[in-house]
Design a binder for this molecule. Structure first.
Ligand code: ACO
Length: 321
């Protein structure tokens, strides 16, 4: 129960009941906890967002995971292994957070592998060279941090708390990516070209990660009112562009947007029109790697059936004892 504030008379005059408690908790920037009453639509929104986020972390292991055996040195392999394992951990926290809302993890997985639940568009692009590992760290994890730091103040307690640790680990991911790119940029012309090519391919999809423009966003208004989201998709996208421009300069790469320039009046960078038809296509399952990503996840789930069966049999045996 959220502690009351104000005088005894003011508290007595407050509307009573579960719905009023929910509204007050949100208005006071306190957290909704699993046992608190919440509107059905709030619960459904939280399950939707947390499940999509968890699926993104798990599917997100694939584009970089394929580079573990081909990492150019032991050091790079150790870093990449740690990073991909972190993503698995993030998925697990998030599935646990969804379970606190009454969702069933096996059902969520079934929805993912049958294409009934979404995951982030960004993981449907191929990783063609090792520079992609660096660019994913810099841009994709950078965009993820930009989007997820405000979620540490999200109104649903278990999600907000999970996000604190996730963001700390994402910061390491972002730095390892940037450091990898710095190393390549100090290398040969071919290595510098490889970095520029990866930046050219990942820049626009990274901007799409923030979701459709505010005018077309289905959930933003309600999610902002419930303080699930703290900023709109466009606000976070702008913040990411502003953050990335000086980082690109320091790295010595060009962001592939001829319309990108500082606008002193707005105090922000202007940038070119995003190809929203591409985002729609990728979200609806027709991106370059959608079929492969889901097929790999489905095969991993089927291959793991014996582990789940053995764990269930072990648990039943323990209980019988
Ligand atoms: N990829 C796939 N689907 C997307 C994307 C995207 N980049 N952006 C929006 N969508 C979907 C939404 O899920 C929603 O679909 P639905 O109604 O079927 O659920 C629809 O497009 C409309 O979008 P919005 O109304 O703007 O949706 P929402 O308010 O949920 O905002 C956002 C989308 C910003 C992604 C939000 O859900 C969020 O912040 N999620 C948590 C962060 C996250 O999931 N990150 C995953 C990638 S980062 C990583 O794993 C490294």
């Amino acid at each position: 129960m959220a502690p009351s504030t104000g005088t005894a008379e003011a508290r007595a005059a407050e509307p009573q009941g579960e719905a009023a408690h929910f509204e007050r908790t949100v208005a006071r920037d306190q957290r909704i906890e699993p046992r608190d009453w919440m509107p059905d639509a709030y619960r459904a929104t939280m399950v939707r967002q947390i499940a999509q986020h968890a699926h993104s972390e798990i599917i997100g292991m694939q584009p970089e995971g394929v580079w573990i055996t081909r990492a150019p040195s032991l050091r790079r392999k150790a870093i990449l292994l740690a990073k991909v394992q972190d993503e698995a951990g993030h998925g697990l926290y998030l599935y646990s957070a969804a379970e606190t809302l009454g969702a069933d993890r096996s059902e969520l997985t079934a929805k993912l592998i049958s294409g009934r639940q979404k995951y982030s568009s960004i993981f449907n692009y191929p990783t063609l060279t090792f520079a992609d590992v660096g660019v994913i760290g810099w841009l994709v994890d950078g965009a993820a941090i930009c989007n997820q730091v405000p979620l540490c103040r999200s109104s649903y307690g278990p999600y907000a708390r999970a996000m604190i640790r996730i963001c700390k680990e994402e910061s390491f991911h972002q730095r390892q990516g940037y450091e990898l790119l710095m190393t390549l940029m100090r290398g040969t012309d071919a290595q510098r070209e490889m970095v520029q090519d990866a930046v050219n391919r990942w820049w626009w999809p990274s901007l799409m990660m923030f979701g459709p423009p505010d005018a077309d966003s289905t959930h933003t208004a309600q999610s902002m009112a419930w303080k699930i989201k703290r900023h709109t998709n466009d606000e976070l996208r702008q913040r990411f562009v502003d953050m990335s421009v000086p980082q690109a300069d320091a790295l010595g790469v060009t962001l592939p947007d001829p319309d990108l320039r500082w606008n002193a009046e707005r105090g922000h960078h202007d940038f070119g029109e995003i190809d929203w038809s591409e985002l729609k296509r990728v979200i609806s399952g027709d991106g370059p790697c959608n079929a492969e990503r889901v097929a790999v996840r489905r095969a991993a789930h089927e291959d793991g059936a014996w582990v789940r069966e053995a764990a269930a049999a072990h648990a039943a045996k323990q209980e019988a004892r």
